[in-house]
Design a protein around this ligand. Sequence first.
Ligand code: AMP
Ligand code: MG
Length: 315
Amino acid sequence: MQVNLNQAIAKLKAGEVVAIPTETVYGLAADATNEQALRQIYAVKQRPADNPLIVHIGDVAQVPDWAAEFSPLALTLAKAFWPGPFTLVLPAKDSVSAVLRANEPTVALRVPGHSLTLQLLKESGLALAAPSANKYTQLSPTTAAHVLAGLGEQVAVLDGGACQVGIESTIVCMAGNNWQLLRHGMITEAQIRAVAGKPAIVGASNVPKAPGQHLLHYSPKTPLKLFDGLPSLTAYQQNSTQICAALIIDDYPPPNLDFSCIYLPKKNAEVAEHLYEALHRLDALNVEQLLVLMPPNSPEWLAILDRLNRAGHKD
Ligand code: AMP
Ligand code: MG
């Protein structure tokens, strides 16, 4: 069910969940101070209770409402990357719901870079918990139509068009005046290092792990195999008795293949923007096997490689 901005605000204030657009993926939003509404997010998504939620706020000035500590470095990073696909994990105030934090001592915060959702946050005065608006482990939605197809027509959706970044935010955890990368996203480690003026710390014992980073994630329903070269992909298809379809990420469109394929040019921002849309379309073909020609193993592709490796995980 589509709702407009005022209807979305009314529902959220009444403790209901509403799917909202962001620049990363569509989120299933609820008032981050309302535990019953937060439980509704976990129920609709069938998300395990040990997987905490990111709080979306309208402005950096709201951070002290949630975080017990906001170090100078955290403030510098927030000012550099917000609004945008960048999440900060900070020590939580005692008042922050344990349902939201999944009992972690930390809280994750982000100012999303989407004008309609910023308007929603500012007009409502709410802070919104908003994990991706899909069932747990399934493909993330990047359009309102994906949300309705995945969660059912009864879910309220605010349509803000197709997501422009297209994959989930980069997550950084602060440990005092140091930082650690918890999840790759389109804000790269190199960009963060340049603003921070120092590299990430790795594996410090006083830094919490990111819970909820399960290996099977972001997955289409159709099994998915990953390939590093077009020859091995086409050889697999030729020797297979299964009906295959492919996602080809390459410099040039492939020569005519005698099976369905979607081609994305090898530009990381463009691939991120269209990645889930392409996987949703391939999944809808109802073939037996999806094949993906992977991008190179280099830093600017880490976020996309991470999502594809999880989508292709087999266990
Ligand atoms: P998403 O799936 O995009 O909603 O992002 C949620 C992810 O953010 C979780 O799976 C965690 O990895 C991370 N996260 C959220 N809240 C926290 C927190 N309080 N502490 C550490 N990581 C968090
Ligand atoms: Mg998700």
